[in-house]
Write a protein that binds this ligand. Structure first.
Ligand code: NVA
Length: 367
């Protein structure tokens, strides 16, 4: 098997990258992102490096995940250290600091025997591929069957964003989001890797705040000649969509964990129902939106951001018992790890990993 080989989200995992909080900074306010402190009051969102304590707590939980994976026989790799406190100045923009390497899934994706680096959609994440480059070179040098594609970098200049997006009144937001218009315009190719979900030959791509239609066109034109089929998908009740893995999470052939607050568009559901796939809603998360860590910008649905170790074993967050019970009832073996201290970096178990190698090959689940 090539050293890079992963065609879907569930086949038996052999090698994975687990993110790291070392050097992490707060995400800056920029045209594509308006981070807010959760809870009462209108506290300014901090800038610059996260506290040593917050980094230490998250790193401990990331190391815990790495240890559980290693215990399952999975080879675990980690990103290179990177100084995210450095500001950036490019011809298109300036930003005061960068973000972190907690969520490799947002940036990097393995599509079969090929590694693809996303364009990214936010300024502070422009160079987020760098902590993974040494690993990429290692895989690329080790095996000539490994492909490596870097998507075109957008300018991330002011003109790439719709800066009034954040102030749209609810009614306008509702109307515009049905045309899938969010904070990035359609003029440049923009996508985050975490808006994609892999089903063998078929790849779903969510149109979102972090992936636009030009991004999806680029993915189609790049991937379809290689034998993939790219399907844009939409979840019309999610007013601030970004990253598909808290919304539509395939667990094994024929089974998808779905978000009851964010049903898929009817026309898009048919691809699954007509091929006898079962869509099962995740239970209400234990951690409510009000209990999420104050600096976390993601929703309570991080509960369903699970990582499959194989088609019958899944890793869930330790305290999400109702989800674990659902998994047992669906016939899964469930492993658990504490992970809430990672949430303020935007993701949970799926986000914080990047599959390098899983068993299996390219299957056609939707003939
Ligand atoms: N935007 C998603 C997070 C995806 C990791 C959510 O907040 O539910």
């Amino acid at each position: 098997m090539p050293v890079v080989n992963s065609w879907n989200e569930w086949d038996t995992l052999r090698e994975v990258v687990v993110g790291s909080a070392t050097g992490a900074c707060f995400e800056p306010t920029e045209p594509g992102n308006r981070p807010q402190v959760r809870g009462p009051g209108d506290l300014p969102f901090p800038t610059g490096p996260k506290s040593d304590e917050a980094v230490h707590r998250a790193d401990e939980q990331l190391e815990g995940l790495a240890a559980v994976l290693a215990g399952q026989g999975v080879t675990v790799r980690r990103p290179e250290p990177y100084d995210f406190s450095r500001s950036l100045r490019t011809p298109g923009f300036e930003v005061e600091n960068q973000y972190c390497a907690v969520c490799p899934r947002d940036v990097m994706i393995t599509l079969g025997n090929e590694i693809l680096e996303a364009t990214m959609s936010r300024r502070a994440r422009y160079f987020e591929y760098e902590p993974y480059r040494k690993l990429v070179y290692g895989y690329w040098e080790a095996d000539q069957r490994v492909g490596w594609t870097v998507a075109p970098k957008p300018t991330m200049a002011d003109s790439m964003y719709r800066q009034d997006f954040w102030e749209w009144p609810l009614e306008e937001r509702h109307a515009r989001m049905h045309d899938s218009e969010f904070c990035v315009t359609q003029d440049e190719v923009v996508f985050d890797a975490a808006d994609m979900s892999r089903f063998g030959r078929d790849i779903l791509v969510q149109e979102s705040m972090t992936t636009n239609r030009a991004g999806i066109r680029w993915l189609k034109r790049t991937l379809e000649p290689k034998g993939f089929r790219v399907h844009p998908v939409h979840f019309p009740l999610d007013y601030f969509p970004s990253h598909i893995d808290c919304t539509f999470v395939p667990l094994r052939p024929g089974l998808i964990l779905t978000n009851p607050d964010r049903p898929i568009r009817d026309a898009e559901r048919r691809m699954f129902t007509e091929n006898d796939w079962k869509l099962v809603d995740a239970p209400e998360p234990v951690l409510t939106n009000d209990d999420m860590p104050p600096y976390c910008q993601s929703s309570k649905w991080l509960s369903m951001n699970v990582l499959s170790v194989s088609p019958d074993t899944v890793i869930c967050e330790e305290q999400e018992k109702p989800l674990q019970d659902l998994m047992y009832s669906l016939g899964f073996e469930v492993l658990t790890v504490p992970f809430r201290d990672v949430f303020e970096y935007g993701g949970s178990l799926h986000c914080a990993t990047w599959d390098i190698r899983r068993d299996g090959t390219r299957e056609d689940y939707f003939p």
